[in-house]
Design a protein around this ligand. Structure first.
Ligand SMILES: NC(=O)c1ccc[n+]([C@@H]2O[C@H](COP(=O)([O-])OP(=O)(O)OC[C@H]3O[C@@H](n4cnc5c(N)ncnc54)[C@H](O)[C@@H]3O)[C@@H](O)[C@H]2O)c1
Length: 591
């Protein structure tokens, strides 16, 4: 079969166009590069020469390959040169009128069967196609920056694009060594549609002073394994670009969650566009630099001295309780692992021993360290044994009545001045606090699963938590080699409040038949460098657990866009809960 599109014209050789031209030439195709003026054409050619020389330095290509590649690229400033191309990829600046003009001209210049593609990020491909008399051969080819490293290409079909055109374009992308995913024409397509709503919520969270920028960024990196925090990413993308994409998304969805957070407009008005202008959410060494000079490094710090903590009580016998007990024991704290019966407590300690054993097998822990940690853990079958501890961390069932009863019990038993912490992920910490006569000593300490491995702890203070209690937990968390972030007592804290609306958006995208499970997962992994796609993650977390968190978030913020997607509710009702039942968004049993 003939390779699709042997000759390709690239119109606009800026950041994206130059990258696309090189990628196409590398595939052995002839490239006709077209810039606006003679001067800009000369500059573009110099940029391409420089970029490919850099690729030789980095040993991505050989000097010989570079010479051959450059020989296949011609650069000029007459759009008429596009007449010889089988495919034209437009990469001019993101302005609708400009793109429409270029397409109208191309339509006149190019033979009838030439395919015209736009590189737009947020404009309507349909409106661009409407400037031509061949909308069936117009589509979007959305590459990611930098083109040479990012494998994803969104192939965007309008209602008028012919299936053959889309198929040929996908085959072309594959032939460039890229991974094409199919998307329909809506603002943001798959990746930005999911990414920017999340970035917007992070900006709004910062704007409302719910948490510091460092804590928001650290929470998403350490709690979800994302390559960058959302505010640092906004600075990288450009605050102006983000605002433009969000405006386009809002115009189509009328979803308040897409309305650009006011702070984005303020930053743009002030010229604080992110890294490129030297300042955005963070301040950088110089314009274009990636080095933030005003970011607080390290975990959140206490403003007042904390209380001394030596012995720790952990309530519960499940995964979280044993994981948390392990964290404290490994850091040298004597731990009373308290369950409702001695038998349960003993079993929990056996689980903990197994986990330590695995660490030894993996070479992460020595035999002596294992023995020392294990010797520090005492399983107890009654909460009354916790009378003398300095801190209690509760990790029993996620049920408010159960937790309140436990806090009322602890209130009667534990010595005055001890800190009482809950590791709840979705219940109000204040409701635990008010079950005691000492709400000032109660705080949230939200560990992530598996606790021994996950570095993040959300330290959740209520309106009644005493400052020295917050200080105690911040200090202690850092001491046990975790990264504390500070936030207030509202649904979802930082991580879940930003993560679950994004997961819900992905479910809605699927429910609307906008893209498939595999395409959405692939797009987020390749387009954003996420460790897992949203549906992989939902299947791991459990659909029932996810639904509960989404319901709690919706109940708290009453934002219509946060209502759980009906498809998620249906799957839960059908007993498809994810990996644990063998079926969720994917069928795991058959794999
Ligand atoms: N930069 C990114 O991260 C990124 C990522 C994906 C997609 N995009 C999209 O790619 C497209 C190009 O963006 P960019 O970042 O490369 O912009 P850019 O400003 O770096 O480059 C645009 C180039 O087009 C040239 N140009 C302007 N008018 C022209 C005309 N009439 N004919 C020919 N050339 C013309 C300019 O001289 C410039 O070199 C935009 O639609 C953008 O939204 C950008």
């Amino acid at each position: 079969m003939e390779r699709p599109f042997p000759t390709v014209a690239v119109v606009g050789l800026g950041t994206m166009g130059a990258g696309v031209a090189v990628a196409v030439a590398r595939s052995g195709r002839r490239v006709i590069g077209i810039e606006a003026t003679e001067d800009s054409a000369a500059r573009a050619l110099a940029r391409i020469e420089e970029a490919t020389a850099h690729a030789v330095d980095r040993e991505r290509i050989t000097a010989g390959e570079r010479t051959a590649l450059l020989a296949r690229i011609s650069v000029g400033h007459a759009l008429t040169a596009a007449a010889e191309a089988d495919l034209v990829i437009e990469e001019v600046p993101e302005q609708l009128e400009l793109k429409r003009e270029v397409f109208a001209e191309l339509d006149r210049i190019c033979p009838e069967d030439t395919v015209l593609a736009t590189g737009t990020t947020a404009l309507s491909v349909t409106r661009i196609a409407a400037a031509t008399a061949r909308p069936e051969r117009v589509l979007g080819l959305h590459f990611f920056n930098p083109v040479h490293t990012m494998k994803l290409v969104e192939v965007v079909r309008t209602v008028l694009t012919s299936p053959q055109t889309a198929e040929d374009a996908a085959a072309f992308a594959r032939d460039l060594g890229k991974e094409p995913v199919a998307a329909g024409d809506r603002a943001g397509f798959v990746v930005n549609g999911l990414l920017f709503a999340y970035l917007n919520q992070a900006a709004a969270m910062y704007e409302s002073r719910y948490a510091s920028r460092e804590d928001i960024d650290a929470a998403m990196r350490l709690g979800c394994g994302l390559p960058m925090g959302p505010l640092a990413l906004l600075d990288l993308i450009g605050v102006d670009t983000a605002r433009t994409v969000l405006e386009a998304m809002y115009e189509q969805s009328r979803d308040k969650l897409h309305a650009p957070a006011p702070i984005l407009g303020q930053l743009v008005s002030a010229g604080l566009l992110g890294r490129k202008s030297g300042r955005g959410f963070y301040t950088y060494e110089a314009p274009g630099s990636s080095k933030a000079v005003d970011a607080a490094t390290g975990p959140a710090r206490a403003k007042v001295p904390g209380r001394a903590v030596h012995t720790v009580g952990v309530c519960g016998s499940g995964t979280m309780a044993t994981g948390i007990a392990e964290v404290f024991a490994k850091a040298g704290h004597p731990v009373l692992l308290a369950a409702r019966s001695q038998e349960k407590a003993d079993r929990a300690k056996a689980q903990l021993a197994k986990s330590l054993e695995r660490s030894v097998a993996k070479g992460r822990l020595s035999g002596e360290q294992r023995d020392a940690a294990l010797a520090l853990v005492t399983p107890v079958g009654q909460y009354s044994e916790l009378a003398e501890v300095d801190l209690v961390v509760e990790a029993v069932a996620e049920d408010l009545a159960v937790k309140r009863e436990l806090f009322a019990t602890l209130d009667k038993i534990v010595r005055p001045g001890a800190v009482l912490a809950t590791t709840t992920s979705s219940l109000p910490v204040i409701s635990c606090a008010t079950a005691t006569s000492r709400p000032q000593d109660v705080i949230g300490m939200h560990f992530f699963n598996p606790a021994p491995a996950m570095k993040l702890v959300e330290v959740v203070s209520t309106v009644l938590t005493a400052p020295d209690v917050t200080a105690t937990v911040l200090e202690l968390t850092a001491k046990v080699r975790k990264h504390p972030v500070e936030c207030g007592d509202r649904a979802g804290f930082i991580v879940n409040a930003l993560l679950f609306p994004y997961l819900n958006d992905a479910v809605r995208m699927l429910q609307e038949h906008y893209a498939t499970v595999d395409d959405i997962d692939t797009a987020m992994k390749l387009g954003c460098g996420y460790p897992m796609g949203p549906f992989e993650l939902l299947d791991v977390v459990g659909l029932d657990v996810s639904l509960t968190i989404e319901q709690v978030l919706h109940q708290e913020f009453r934002e219509p866009g946060l209502a759980a997607a009906p498809l998620l509710e249906h799957l839960v009702a059908a007993g498809c809960l994810g990996r644990k039942t063998g079926r969720g968004f994917r069928d795991h049993a058959r794999r």
